[in-house]
Ligand binder design. Sequence first.
Ligand code: TYD
Length: 206
Amino acid sequence: MSGMFITFEGIDGCGKSTQCELLKKHLEDNGKDFIFVREPGGTVIGERIREILLDKKNTQMTPRTELLLFEAARAQITDEVIKPAIEAGKIVICDRFFDSSSAYQGMARGMGMGFVANLNMAATGGLKPDITFFFDLTAEEALARRGKRGEASDRIELAGLKFQEDVRSGYLELAKNSEGRIITIDAMQSPEEIFEQIKKTLEGRI
Ligand code: TYD
């Protein structure tokens, strides 16, 4: 028996977490066997790596270290949580997965999307999401939303507007080349409209 692997992606402030919550509730209401995880984190080791990655004090972290830490956290959650759950026939929802590294480190940090793709492969042993929802929004709009929520910025969010614009370009390029795996959703729509689109896409598949 094999389950289903669904990931959510987008720049910081794109509304992805709201949609994760709506999907969780929907799956619960329909009695589906699922787990929900987030990256970086989702394991004891991964949560410790997450603290290092997001700590504002770590100003001296180099892009290569950053990339390898994200990949290390990913390797751990893939082997410890995601693969066993899929093999047990569960639906796995992951808030961010390897497309985040391609867009943030590959494109925005300038490490190269091809280079990051190889490391993604190494970290996941080739595991790929069945469906990825990419919530597309301009960096300005996302920043305005984050401002409204009054959230303290973490180390990655502090990288600024131009950085988020580059992340967005990375995602758009990934979506174009994903052969249908990445579904781009206009994140300017209302949360209800967006969730309808997600439900429609998943109809008959979960
Ligand atoms: P998080 O608080 O989980 O943000 P969000 O709610 O937006 O998902 O912080 C994760 C941050 O790390 C976010 O800014 C995106 C970034 N990130 C990368 O740069 N590369 C990666 O591979 C992953 C998984 C996340």
